[in-house]
Design a protein around this ligand. Structure first.
Ligand SMILES: Cc1cc2nc3c(=O)[nH]c(=O)nc-3n(C[C@H](O)[C@H](O)[C@H](O)COP(=O)(O)OP(=O)(O)OC[C@H]3O[C@@H](n4cnc5c(N)ncnc54)[C@H](O)[C@@H]3O)c2cc1C
Length: 388
């Protein structure tokens, strides 16, 4: 094989670029391979909320550590990633929604995350005056926030390159090569690359590279519509969500509203520019939700619409592990619509697993075996429908 690297990272989303950065700054020779452009899938399609609220307890230690990391990320990467810690509001539109929202507040508080229930529209509008007066209350988690996903991935990529990593786009991995039960390289659309370890962070396409190795990762894929407006005057700092978890939105630092709608099952094998677009019904529905919550958005012109795919596990928790079957293979996938926030910590964990084989982060709940056992946990309905 002509080319070689100690570690090959597959996937140029936030998980892969963060892993490449963490590995390179530890002095590891690392090559990242991305089939399209950096952030061309979930890490670009995302709403890019950075939140602890509404998380499964197993994810909270990672989310809390990530929120701490986000505060210093611009300095760490020497680039503006437009991170803003302005809170998250999960809206109860009516009395039926209130118990659901209050339960999320109680669960978060019990886990040590400070959040409160704002009772009534006036209390909510004191925090976010742009919201409608026609609502029952909201969860408010002040330590949640949001960031610019494209700037973040670009910043990780640039920092990784500065630390000596090689990042190549437009090159797809077609197979992970093994000898016995050990990783020896990857085959790509441009030939083979020898390596000792592979970090596989290929989002919805992760199972395609695991299947030939006899490793089953049960992901289902859902499609989410997204709408972005032209810039509007500053009116909303918080990330918005609703009790059902379907709609979410925020105002970017640019002033544009970034809105995501309800998900639907995705039954295609591959996505392309055409089949991933949302339908007019999905776009209308997303805009209706947004204007219902923030009436001023009615005046906004639409700048862009797109669709995004989410890699969903049965229990809406990710798989992050060094695979027991193949020595040198590390997998991070199945973030189920909330892996952007975790990115900085995911990168650190992947670098830990690729170098020492272990990590101080509590990742036991994210082993893949849990999904293959007869006791696969029940899907957590709110977490599964939730993105943002
Ligand atoms: C609409 C939407 C809203 C969301 N909102 C939020 C949110 O508010 N907060 C939050 O925390 N999370 C959110 N998420 C989820 C979050 O964006 C993802 O969990 C996260 O971006 C996953 O990053 P990743 O790097 O693991 O995967 P991806 O970003 O999908 O990256 C995987 C990369 O691998 C590449 N690839 C695939 N196969 C190959 C191959 N064979 N060879 C080379 N490259 C390959 C792909 O091209 C892709 O770029 C949202 C997701 C969507 C779609």
């Amino acid at each position: 094989m002509a080319l070689s690297s100690s570690v090959v990272v597959i996937g140029g989303g936030i998980s892969g670029t963060a892993a490449a950065f963490e590995l390179a700054r530890r002095g590891v020779s690392v090559t990242l391979l991305e089939r399209g452009e950096l952030a061309s899938m979930a890490s670009g399609w995302t709403l890019a909320g950075v939140r602890q609220s509404g998380r499964h307890p197993a994810e909270l230690p990672l989310a809390s550590a990530a929120v701490t990391r986000w505060a210093g990320l611009a300095d760490e990467l020497d680039a503006d990633v437009e991170y803003r810690r302005e809170g998250n509001l999960r809206i109860a539109l009516n009395e039926t929604d209130v118990p659901t929202i209050r339960e999320v507040v109680a669960t978060g508080n019990a886990a040590g995350i400070a959040m409160l229930y704002l009772d009534g529209a006036d209390a909510v509008r004191e925090v976010a005056p742009a919201l409608t007066g026609d609502l029952a209350g909201a969860l408010f988690c002040p330590t949640d926030g949001h960031a610019n996903p494209h700037l973040t991935v670009a910043a990780y990529a640039a920092a990784a390159r500065r630390e000596g990593a090689t990042l190549r786009t437009g090159i797809a991995v077609t197979a992970i090569q093994t000898e016995g039960s050990r990783v020896v390289g990857v085959m790509t659309t441009e030939g083979a690359i020898a390596c000792e370890r592979v970090v596989l962070a290929a989002g919805v396409y992760t199972p395609y590279l695991l299947d030939p190795l006899g490793i089953r990762l049960p992901l289902s894929v859902v499609h989410v519509p997204a709408v972005q407006t032209v810039p509007l005057p500053r009116m909303l700092g918080q990330v918005l969500g609703v009790a059902s978890g379907g709609f979410a939105g925020r105002q970017e630092v640019s002033g544009r509203f970034r809105l995501t709608g309800f998900s639907n099952p995705w039954n295609e094998t591959w996505h392309d520019d055409d089949n991933v677009r949302p339908t007019t019904d999905q776009v209308r529905d997303t805009i209706e939700w947004a204007t219902r919550l923030v009436p001023a958005i009615r005046q906004a012109r639409v700048a862009l619409v797109w669709g995004g795919l989410i890699d969903k596990t049965p229990d809406a928790l990710p798989v992050i592990e060094r695979t027991p079957e193949i020595d040198g293979l590390i997998v991070a996938a199945g973030f189920s619509g909330h892996g952007f926030c975790l990115g900085p910590v995911t990168g650190e964990i992947l670098a830990d697993l690729a170098t020492t084989g272990t990590t101080a982060y509590p990742i036991a709940p994210f082993n893949r075996a849990r999904l293959n056992s007869a006791h696969t946990p029940e899907a957590v309905a709110s977490a599964v429908t939730l993105h943002g």
